[in-house]
Design a protein around this ligand. Structure first.
Ligand SMILES: *[C@@H]1O[C@H](CO)[C@@H](O)[C@H](O)[C@H]1NC(C)=O
Ligand SMILES: *[C@@H]1O[C@H](CO)[C@@H](O)[C@H](O)[C@H]1NC(C)=O
Ligand SMILES: *[C@@H]1O[C@H](CO)[C@@H](O)[C@H](O)[C@H]1NC(C)=O
Length: 524
């Protein structure tokens, strides 16, 4: 039944306490613990749990078995040590007529029995078996009911990026272009592949069509100046035969991700698509706005109404002369976003309509503060590492297939000082949650110059980060699977050598072993 508290591993980071103090606290905790109503399943009840609300097809089992080969696979993928700390918790969500709160407090412990100490070479057959954690969630919709036929997207990229195992965006595109079951959600995609061969175009077309993506793949030519190529995508979208049935033409980067299409469409429906509209967002970094101008930063997604797209298409030649391209160079090479803004400003009365839930994410370093901020982003960008940050929003967003769009990045605070940022992390605060949860933790930096306040206008002033303080440790989501019964299993991992979880910068590690936490989201 896993390790009990007697092994002293109950959520205990290695702290420089004296043994006496430790024992006193330990005995106190043990005493209080015996008085609490237990959320632990008695061994006799370690059986499939039947929820009377469910009919036969949706019975969820609390599976407390440990599968050695699955642990070995995780060990391989994430270079885990042989001895790990492990815990699994089922989370039963209850859809209610409530708003999505910045923080949902749950009056239960997340891991009342701490973690099991497991040797992957010889694991126990079962893990500590707990009753599901019960959490309320708003009634939000799932991808299988999206009708996005109002939208036609345009992206330029290269065949080599599409086929790169590390950064290929195709499965992410399928998230926002299909119903999650291999069928188009109605949205179209015009994909331009730079310098691709006929075979590459055909292969891409076939592969993406197979995945249910309504795509038209075209070649484009690297000899055309990049900024001009970018601008020419809008007339190409405007020219598409499906235009008549669209309301918005959307340009974005190959690393733009739209987690929640219902929410995106709801927001867009607040605007009158028959008027001239240029909708997008600024960079979070005022430094970039000063450098490049007040315009839509394309990685967050830029939405054009058809009437405005028509005007840009008409003026394409005038807007893309050598002189205009030179004017779009702010010292970082000619920028497509600038060429587009100038074309709109110089030929129409339209300026940017700011949709702040879109995110360019010009941030570097540890992005946790953003993803743990309780936000409900309509787009995400720059999350593939390299010079920007690294995150896994595709894996994170899988949970919406079970509990609806609002669940992604929704926060739950449990009685034992954990905060689940659903689909990003499970963070534990050993000294309590004594900070302003409404502010974003400044774990990241602006680039290339961080004045300390560049990001404040868009993200709000951020609170001081808790790195190297011993006050925070987080397991981050690495994978997630929608399972046959409709539940979603998430795997969160904390490595012992993570540079962030130490006492003092470069100081002693808070934990001696790697940690794996699993959450399984089941419906009520
Ligand atoms: C069982 O539940 C599923 C999903 O809620 C529903 O589609 C199905 O009709 C239900 N079957 C019965 C027998 O109630
Ligand atoms: C354990 O997991 C593997 C996949 O890693 C799977 O093939 C196997 O069926 C699982 N075994 C049991 C008993 O569930
Ligand atoms: C759009 O169609 C017009 C008319 O058929 C054509 O002249 C123009 O080159 C096309 N533009 C693009 C970018 O495909």
């Amino acid at each position: 039944m896993g390790s009990s508290m007697a092994t002293g591993n109950r959520l205990k980071p290695r702290a420089p306490f004296t043994r006496a103090l430790f024992l006193t606290v330990f005995c106190l905790v043990l005493f209080i613990y015996t008085l609490r109503p237990s959320s632990i399943e008695r061994p006799a009840q370690v059986q499939p749990q039947r929820n009377p609300m469910l009919n036969g097809s949706h019975v969820h089992m609390s599976d407390c078995t440990i599968n050695k080969s699955q642990l070995e696979d995780l060990q391989d993928r994430y270079e885990l040590g042989d001895e790990i700390e492990f815990a699994r918790r089922y989370v039963r969500f209850h859809r209610q007529d409530i708003d999505r709160k910045p923080m949902t407090k749950i009056d239960m412990d997340l891991f009342p029995r701490g973690f099991d100490e497991i040797d992957i070479r010889n694991p126990p057959r079962r893990t500590t078996c707990l009753k599901p954690l019960e959490v309320p969630v708003p009634r939000s919709r799932t991808p299988n009911t999206v009708d996005a036929s109002d939208l036609l997207f345009g992206i330029s990229t290269t065949y080599s990026r599409l086929t790169d195992e590390e950064i290929s965006p195709i499965k992410e595109w399928a998230h926002w272009l299909t119903d999650g079951n291999g069928k188009s959600n109605g949205a179209g995609l015009v994909l331009r592949l730079i310098d691709a061969t006929v075979e590459e175009l055909e292969e891409t077309q076939a592969k993406m069509t197979d995945m249910g993506i309504d795509v038209k793949v075209y070649p484009t030519d690297s000899s055309i100046e990049m900024a001009k190529r970018y601008l020419s995508l809008l007339p190409a979208l405007y020219n598409d035969t499906s235009r008549e049935s669209r309301k918005f033409l959307v340009m974005c980067d190959d690393d733009t991700f739209y987690p929640s299409m219902h929410n995106l469409l709801d927001r867009l429906s607040q605007y009158d698509y028959r008027t001239d509209l240029y909708i997008g967002t600024l960079s979070e970094d005022v430094n970039n706005i000063q450098r490049h101008g007040s315009q839509a930063f394309g990685g967050a997604g830029v939405f054009f109404s058809i009437p405005l797209a028509e005007k840009v298409a008409d003026k394409f030649d005038q807007c893309s002369t050598a002189e205009k391209i030179e004017e779009a160079n702010t010292g970082w090479g000619p920028q497509g976003d600038i060429l587009l803004r100038k074309c709109i400003h110089e030929h129409t009365e339209t300026t940017l309509t700011l949709l702040r839930e879109l995110h360019q994410l010009d941030i570097q370093g540890d992005p946790a503060g953003f993803y743990e901020g309780g936000l409900s982003p309509l787009s995400l960008h720059h999350f593939k590492g390299g010079m920007w940050h690294k995150a896994r929003p595709y894996e994170g967003a899988q949970v919406i297939h079970a509990c609806g769009e609002d669940c992604f990045l929704q926060r739950f605070q449990t009685a034992d000082d954990f905060i689940i940022s659903n689909g990003f992390s499970i963070a534990y605060y050993p000294k309590g949650i004594d900070f302003n949860i409404h502010q974003i933790e400044k774990t990241f930096t602006a680039a290339p110059d961080d004045y300390g306040w560049n990001l404040d206008f868009m993200l709000g002033p951020q609170r001081k980060n808790l790195l190297w303080t011993g006050r925070k440790v987080a397991w981050e989501l690495m994978e997630a699977q929608v399972q046959k019964d409709g539940s979603v299993k998430q795997t969160y991992i904390r490595k012992t050598d993570d540079y962030r979880w130490t006492y003092g910068e470069g100081g002693n590690r808070m934990f001696e072993k790697d940690g794996v936490l699993e959450l399984v989201w089941i419906s009520s």
